[in-house]
Write a protein that binds this ligand. Structure first.
Ligand code: TRP
Length: 351
């Protein structure tokens, strides 16, 4: 039997080059060798109160982006989280075994709670006081607190072995393992496998943004989206942060320039990258040329995907077929796990 791989992306906004190289690209490879499930986490998106008018559009966009990037509904199970109501029920049941304290200590919770409360300092004591305090205009919703339970359920309900996620999700995965172990040992069963992160050969790609600082990220405003139009994409790349240029031969490369080289290594031919590195070393480099080349090579990756996204987005019938089939498959296993859990916990029917 093939090992089960599962991963999800939260339905907030469009997917960018970071998602492509960090996630989608891997999904496409994994679907060949694993029993793969990839889903769109729309319930998780609710924790940060999306506009109800745009939530469904976001789900649809990400679905089209999965498919356009090559995730194949014949090879992988592609589904929408809210189409599997068993997840919501198991979420309630698993929460009975999850501590408020361990959830409150999760890094992502503290970050988001801090943002929702408008706390600038990173003094944890303040957060706890504010959360328990009485000012009802400033509240941190309980869904945000129990975000890791919901994520654990996504994984455990499918009994997944491997979960490809970025560094920022590792703590959530650690909690998932802990909850699995706790459930198994509390009831003396061997129901849930402990899932592990999945790294291709151990080299996690970190796709940098265009603003000279760190990682490409939705909330950083430094993204190249798969759906970006040609003109928009060129403009973004031409505006990327640089420095004043190498002042002497073989100077060390500054962070913003290294970012551009990293993007180039992902999208350009190795000779092209080498040519610009040589030009940097002998100070003949012109950043304008570097960026033009980079934009060109990124477009070679994104434009065909963009075209497919647009085609697929217009094919409502196809999208409906994909998610209906995905939901059926995902629900089949989810229902089985849920009935096992109900039985184990002593929930029985009279009729
Ligand atoms: N929390 C993940 C993120 O923000 C998304 C997610 C939800 C997920 N459920 C999951 C990822 C289960 C992997 C497995 O990126």
């Amino acid at each position: 039997m093939k090992e089960i791989v599962l991963s999800g992306i939260r339905a907030t906004g469009n997917l960018h080059l970071g998602n492509y190289y960090g996630a989608l690209n891997k999904f496409v490879k994994m679907q060949e060798d694993y029993d793969s499930l990839f889903f769109i986490a729309d319930l998780h998106a609710l924790t940060t109160h999306p506009d109800p008018k745009t939530l469904h559009t976001n789900v649809k966009n990400i679905l089209a982006e999965y498919l356009a990037a090559g995730v194949d509904p014949e090879k992988a199970t592609i589904f929408v989280q809210s189409d599997v109501p068993e997840i919501s029920e198991l979420y309630l049941l698993l929460n009975m075994h999850v501590g408020i304290g361990e959830l409150m200590r999760t890094a992502s919770f503290k970050d988001k709670a801090r943002k929702q409360l408008g706390i600038k300092s990173d003094n944890d004591e303040n957060i706890e006081k504010e959360i328990i305090g009485t000012d009802s205009n400033k509240r941190v919703n309980a869904g945000l607190l129990t975000y890791p339970t919901l994520m654990a359920v996504d994984i455990l309900i499918q009994k997944a072995h491997k979960v490809p996620v970025g560094k920022d999700q590792e703590q959530h995965l650690e909690l998932t393992r802990r909850f699995a172990r706790r459930f198994n040992s509390y009831y003396g069963v061997d129901l849930f496998p402990e899932p592990e992160n999945f790294n291709f050969g151990g080299n996690a790609v970190k796709v940098p943004g265009l603003d000279g600082s760190g990682k490409m990220g939705k909330s950083e405003g430094n993204c190249i989206y798969l759906i970006d139009e040609e003109k928009v994409l060129r403009k973004k790349v031409m505006r990327a942060v640089t420095d004043e240029g190498p002042q002497a031969p073989n100077s060390p490369i500054s962070a913003p320039i290294q970012n551009l080289f990293t993007l180039m290594e992902l999208t350009s031919a190795p000779e092209v990258v080498q040519q610009f590195k040589d030009a940097y070393a002998d100070c003949s480099i012109r950043y304008g040329d570097l960026k033009k080349q980079l934009a060109e090579d990124i477009l070679k990756v994104t434009l065909p995907i963009r075209q497919r996204i647009l085609d697929i987005q217009n094919d409502d019938e196809y999208l409906a077929r994909v998610v209906r089939q995905g939901a059926e498959r995902a629900r089949e296993r989810a229902a089985k796990t849920l009935s096992e859990v109900r039985e184990i916990m002593g929930i029985k029917k009279f009729y």
